[in-house]
Design a protein around this ligand. Structure first.
Ligand code: CU
Length: 216
């Protein structure tokens, strides 16, 4: 091989390597998107990723929501509570195998909070989640995805009915009242539907009793 041939091969190889490098670089940009921290969404509480009801993902696997959808949700959240004045509180709701009101319960199963307060759903016993069934119009559904601890901020007034998916047939559900109860009739309908699927006779009216006892 003379010098001319050597130079041709050398620059040819260098050119190919450069192209391969750029291809890898661009693929990496697509595969590893920039992660946004939850704190960017709100400065009041850690708002967890919210999945629309009906497209629920479990164990932290997210395969349904797009970036634009998340950004839209973040914008909605941000505009409501970051501008609201007040001393917002965070309450705890525990998920229990055995509690004061029976087996497979949220404790407390009814909680009244103010708008922009947060609830920390604590998976005290393993294997439970908290997922919205019915909620005020324009509110954002939540799903704790079996995480040990999930904080959800409530920025829309009204009643929320949520369940533990694996124990719904054992009437594992709860009610949250955020300030008012303007959507009570919708929640009553949702409770009827929920209770029609409860398989354990003794707890068949657990949630409708809860509503009657706590919500005027
Ligand atoms: Cu459960």
């Amino acid at each position: 091989m003379n010098d001319k041939q050597f130079m041709t091969v050398f620059f040819g190889v260098m050119g190919v390597l450069t192209i391969i490098f750029f291809i890898i670089f661009f693929i990496a940009q697509i595969i590893v998107p920039e992660k946004k921290s939850a704190d960017e969404f709100t400065n009041n509480a850690i708002v967890q990723r919210i999945e629309p009801v009906g497209k629920l993902n479990y164990a932290g696997i997210n395969n349904s929501s797009s970036d634009s959808q998340e950004e839209k949700i973040a914008e909605v959240r941000e505009s409501i509570c970051t501008n609201a004045a007040g001393d917002f509180k965070t309450y705890t709701v525990k998920m229990l195998n055995e509690g004061p009101s029976g087996a497979m319960v949220f404790e407390p199963d009814f909680i009244k909070i103010n708008m922009c307060d947060s609830i920390n759903f604590e998976m005290t016993d393993a294997g439970h989640n908290a997922v919205t069934i019915a909620a005020p119009k324009d509110s954002l559904p939540f799903d704790t995805q079996y995480k040990p601890s999930t904080t959800v901020q409530f920025d829309t007034k009204g009643l929320y009915l949520y369940q533990c998916s694996p124990h719904a047939m054992m009437a594992m559900a709860g009610l949250i009242q955020v300030s008012d109860s303007s959507n009570k009739s919708e929640i009553e309908t949702a409770i009827q539907k929920f209770e029609s699927a409860v398989m354990i006779p003794g707890v068949k009216t657990r949630i409708s009793d809860l509503l009657r006892k706590n919500v005027k």
